[in-house]
Design a protein around this ligand. Sequence first.
Ligand code: ZN
Length: 276
Amino acid sequence: MSTNPLQKYFRQPKLFLSLPSKGLYYSENSFNGDSNNMPVFAMTGMDEIIMKTPDALFNGEATTKVIESCCPYIKDAKSVPSLDIDTLLVAIRIATFGEKMTVEHTCANCGTENDFDVDLKSVIDHYSSLNFENEVDLGEIIIQIKPLSYQELTDFNIENFKLQRMLFQLNDSEMLDADKRKLVDDIYSRLAQIQLDLIVASIESVRVPDAVVSEKEFVKEWLANMDATNYDKIKEKLEKNRDAWNMPKQDVQCSSCGTQDQISFTLDQASFFVRE
Ligand SMILES: [Zn+2]
């Protein structure tokens, strides 16, 4: 096919990103380019439609499609490490709608509804200043940890959501108490299983003086047979990383009574990617 004369009118990169992951933790062939200078394009009309499709939003497909569309260095967005997801979504929003985002907040003191402008550039700067701690030191044992991929994170969240919903529905049902108890116990044990799977998925390898173990079954067996102190140390480190990578809070002040507060916003795509 000959070259399209319209090609020079295609969308151009709107900004260049330095990825918080530094390009690490991507699976093979899923990232191709300079992680320190990655171009980000605005969403196309088609991307905006995908972002309004409830099913595609729920199972993560909308997010992966739009990331691949706007960030051509990313070949498989399912494998994007969770560290990069918020930065990518904020960058895509900046590329599409600009650097400011209006967030509504009701003052807890006087009830005034205020609109605040969030500078999304500062959110990107915040994430690029963070460092992912990838080691848990248990003395003789050193654990190498990794962030979950977007796909892993989405699968865990969906499973968790389904089980929580089952619990909720059981509460309302008119089942006999004994039957109900059995089902509730079953759901709780599945929820505990998810927690364990999440830790297994976060462990890259375990180094002991005479071996490096990366087989998931061995790691899982070890987790099930370790003392609680070590288990808690691993859990603490994973939680510390997760908390550090939460969306930063913004300081705001009520326009009416002057009360100071902190607001946070989520990247709930349904509202985050709708034109204001
Ligand atoms: Zn107020």
